[in-house]
Design a protein around this ligand. Structure first.
Ligand code: NAD
Length: 278
């Protein structure tokens, strides 16, 4: 097999949680471009339909794309999807744990004082953990077991540059607001993103002899129309001086989920324009 062919994932079944979101859709595009079959799991049915339509526009109506509306915090819903996929295809090859509750604090017009650490509501802590960590745990349990039985598979956890470094709260602050009125990046984001790196290392070693690899990808902020003030503060912290384009993770995704990365497990791959070097 030559080096480029190793990137192909022909007919492989690639489950992507939060698959209808901004990056989830890009992971799915990478899968289609690698000749695999993306399986989008998302809590939002309309977002799934929208994502499938957009991909059909790009890759043609005959492209194979599966979509399931489900809540990853509900084990029975995930087991149902796994059963369904196994009946249909007989194998499940990759899980990308990508879903998250993503409060968009950057550039938000809403006063998010309530998410300051001192006021952070316990219920919000539990809801964020349920999706970001418990959901990833449930999916890894359900799909990991199948991969271990197959003696082959890949689990890819999507963390963040904020899984490596703490958020620089200064970039979320707005001029003219008192300290206790300022917006912050929520504590749950840091804890979940650091936690996913731990989950990866656990799974990588636990499953190493069963042919299942596990790695973490840490993307950094993706440009998505954020306001100028926020952009300038953030890009000052990034040696390359810009946010990522959502397209820029696709090749790394293909590397991590294909045989191109066959000797990589337990690793944390940081793709952040250099931000975590500073
Ligand atoms: N966008 C960025 O700048 C960026 C940077 C670094 C890391 N990340 C990480 O990448 C991942 C994707 O980010 P994004 O920007 O595409 O986010 P997004 O909010 O666009 O997508 C997240 C998706 O998860 C889905 N979801 C939420 N709860 C769910 C549940 N209980 N069950 C099933 N689906 C659920 C949402 O409906 C949404 O479609 C996240 O883990 C995020 O933390 C994003």
């Amino acid at each position: 097999m030559n080096a480029i062919e190793n990137f192909y994932i022909e007919s492989k079944i690639i489950v992507i949680t939060g698959g209808a979101g901004l990056l989830g859709r890009k992971h799915a595009e990478a899968v289609i471009e690698g000749k695999g079959i993306p399986v989008l799991i998302d809590i939002s049915e309309s977002a799934i339909n929208n994502a499938k339509d957009k991909m059909a526009d790009i890759y043609g109506r005959n492209s194979r794309i599966e979509g399931y509306t489900a809540d990853i915090t509900k084990r029975t819903e995930i087991e149902q999807i796994a059963d369904d996929l196994l009946k249909k295809y007989g194998h499940i090859d990759v899980l990308i744990n990508n879903a998250a509750n993503n409060p968009k604090v950057e550039g938000s017009a809403v006063n998010m004082k309530a998410i300051q650490f001192e006021n952070f509501p316990l219920q919000m802590w539990m809801d964020d953990m349920a999706v970001g960590l418990t959901g990833a745990f449930i999916c890894a349990q359900v799909f990991g077991k199948i991969m271990a039985e197959q003696r082959s598979g890949v689990i890819l956890n999507i963390s963040s540059d904020l899984g490596i470094i703490a958020p620089d709260q200064r970039i979320y602050q707005k001029e003219g607001l008192a300290d206790d009125e300022q917006t912050v990046k929520p504590v749950t984001y840091s804890v979940i993103k650091h936690g996913l790196i731990g989950l990866t290392k656990y799974l990588a070693t636990y499953y190493a002899e069963k042919g299942v690899r596990a790695n973490t990808l840490c993307p950094a902020g993706v440009f998505n129309g954020q306001n100028e003030e926020f952009l300038s503060k953030l890009t000052n912290l990034i040696p390359m001086g810009r946010m990522a384009d959502a397209e820029e993770y696709k090749s790394t995704i293909l590397y991590l989920i294909s045989d191109a990365g066959s000797y990589m497990t337990g690793s944390t791959v940081v793709v952040d324009g250099g931000r975590t070097c500073w």
